[in-house]
Design a protein around this ligand. Structure first.
Ligand SMILES: Nc1ncnc2c1ncn2[C@@H]1O[C@H](COP(=O)(O)OP(=O)(O)OP(=O)(O)O)[C@@H](O)[C@H]1O
Ligand SMILES: O=C(O)c1ccc[n+]([C@@H]2O[C@H](COP(=O)([O-])O)[C@@H](O)[C@H]2O)c1
Length: 208
């Protein structure tokens, strides 16, 4: 057996998860399956760097909803390091920490195609691509992500690498912001959330 086939393959999936919804779960499942990952780690951000103007709900609720949503999936784990670290959650810091703790692991950083559009304004995008293989998941029915957007920021070789590791997932037109808005207006969010998350939101009276 080759050395690389013995190495753990772990996907890192960061998000504000305010709240976690079925689009997130499907993205992680498609990535786990297509990339033959041993594990996907959901990493809730304390404060996402490009969302500093809007405070998410309490960390403990977001963390608990991730736990509830991934319950029963043996490949999914939650990693609360960004919440513990507090402040603005930079992906480069998280990946550097993970690499240092587990140098033998093959790390895959998963992101939705909409995040790619502002990837150039992330902290140290070039180093992120060195620390992990960045996997962009685009939604079926939508145009493939435009890698030219990254031309000023990433060398051609890294752009080509990103482009060759795009995955397509079914289009799930669900977002945390639309769910928050529906809940505020007492509209149904049925089938957009894991039932355990929906029950938690109701019991805790969140997003009213
Ligand atoms: N419906 C979806 N399908 C595929 N990917 C998604 C979907 N919703 C979010 N993502 C991806 O999940 C990651 C984390 O997203 P985030 O927690 O900000 O959720 P969101 O629904 O985009 O939130 P908001 O509506 O508040 O911006 C991002 O990379 C984003 O591109
Ligand atoms: O490191 C950065 O500069 C950076 C900038 C924007 C977003 N991110 C990460 O991308 C993930 C998704 O962010 P968001 O805002 O879509 O919830 C989350 O883990 C953020 O910490 C990271």
């Amino acid at each position: 057996m080759s050395e690389s086939s013995n190495r753990q393959r772990v996907g890192i999936f960061g998000g504000t998860f305010d709240p976690i919804h079925l689009g997130h779960l499907l993205l992680a499942e498609v990535a786990a399956d297509s990339l033959e990952l041993d594990e996907v780690r959901f990493v809730p951000a304390a404060i996402s760097p490009l969302k500093t103007h809007q405070r998410p709900i309490d960390d403990k609720h977001r963390l608990e909803m991730v736990r509830l949503a991934i319950g029963g999936n043996s490949r999914f784990r939650v990693d609360d390091r960004e919440i513990r670290r507090g402040g603005t959650s930079y992906t480069v810091d998280t990946l550097a920490e993970l690499r240092q703790e587990n140098p033998q692991t093959e790390w895959y950083f998963l992101m939705g195609a909409d995040s790619l559009v502002d990837f150039h304004s992330w902290r140290e995008p070039e180093r992120i691509c060195q620390l992990a293989r960045v996997i962009v998941l685009s939604r079926g029915g939508q145009a493939a992500p435009d890698m030219q957007l990254l031309a000023p920021y990433l060398p051609e070789s890294q752009r080509a690498d990103l482009a060759s590791h795009c995955l397509t997932m079914p289009q799930v037109d669900v977002s945390s912001s639309a769910i928050r808005e529906s809940l505020r207006q007492s509209r149904s969010v049925r089938y957009q959330l894991h039932p355990a998350v929906a029950a938690y939101i109701q019991a805790q009276q969140l997003y009213r």
